[in-house]
Design a protein around this ligand. Structure first.
Ligand code: ADP
Ligand code: UDP
Length: 234
């Protein structure tokens, strides 16, 4: 039956539709950090992430990366192709920040000499442990050829997003993607939003992403609104 919850995660609910091939991805106002241990509800966040994800997945798709996006249904819902998700999170970093800075005991902000790609197991109970590429293959999460394709698509997403954001004075520090399979093809799923990217105002260095919540800086809704306003200015 249409409209049934197929899966409820921390930030979104996946609903069934009339077609087995399609899902509705509904964004919630919930904000979580520390693998779900820190929680809050931020009015308006769901609608902002819906708009931003629709816009950015649209750009990425126009740039040649296959994505699951089909249409925006309402303020907080996107219709997407149902994918067989791969159970991995793919992170690309342009600038040293977050968990990499913490793990290596280095300050945030160093521009990396090339974009660094990392793989994590999507498993909250284990705290999303980092995976070597050999682990991804050995655990049967993806083949060597699929990893190569995921890396190529992730670098392409980086180029497209950087192009779009630099024009609006936003530095793309890092981001997380989730890929799935559809008819044997690797397709970009999930969201691209300030919940899953680090975005710094290029002039002031101000954080315009979920670190405002993770680090109790306040002003999250205003920051996301500003990201959307700048992107819509193009
Ligand atoms: P989490 O599981 O991290 O708490 P969310 O609250 O973001 O995640 O819920 C969205 C869930 O839907 C995630 O598990 C994500 O992998 C999955 N997903 C995203 N896009 C698709 C898709 N097109 N088809 C099937 N599952 C998807
Ligand atoms: N990220 C995400 N979901 C996760 C982990 C990370 O969207 O479960 C994003 C995060 O917003 C950042 C990038 O991936 O843009 C790199 O995150 P990092 O490994 O630095 O972890 P964090 O500091 O967020 O714990």
């Amino acid at each position: 039956m249409a409209g049934e919850r197929r899966y409820e995660g921390k930030a979104k609910v996946m609903l069934t539709t009339e077609s087995a091939d399609r899902l509705w991805m509904r964004f919630k106002d919930d904000a979580t950090a520390l693998d779900g241990k820190k929680r809050a509800s931020i009015t308006g966040k769901g609608a902002l992430n819906t708009r931003i994800t629709a816009l950015l997945l649209g750009l990425v798709s126009a740039g040649g990366v296959p994505t699951h996006l089909r249409a925006q249904v309402d303020e907080t819902t996107l219709e997407v192709d149902a994918l067989e998700m791969m159970g991995i999170e793919v992170v690309l970093r342009n600038v040293l920040a977050g968990s990499l800075a913490r793990r290596l005991g280095r300050p945030e902000g160093q521009v990396l000499p090339f974009p660094v790609v990392e793989f994590y197991l999507k498993d909250d109970a284990l705290g999303d442990p980092m995976l070597a590429e050999d682990h991804v293959v050995a655990l049967g999460l993806a083949s060597v050829a699929e990893i190569a394709e995921i890396r190529r698509l992730t670098h392409r997403v980086n180029e497209i997003l950087e192009d779009a954001l630099v024009a609006h004075g936003i530095t793309l520090v890092d981001f997380k993607l989730e890929f799935g399979r559809r008819n044997g093809q690797i397709v970009l799923g999930d969201e691209i939003s300030p919940d899953t990217c680090r975005l710094w105002d290029t002039k002031t260095g101000e954080k315009m992403d979920k670190d405002r919540f993770r680090r109790d800086l306040g002003g999250l809704e205003e920051a996301y609104q500003e990201v959307l306003a700048r992107l819509e200015r193009s």
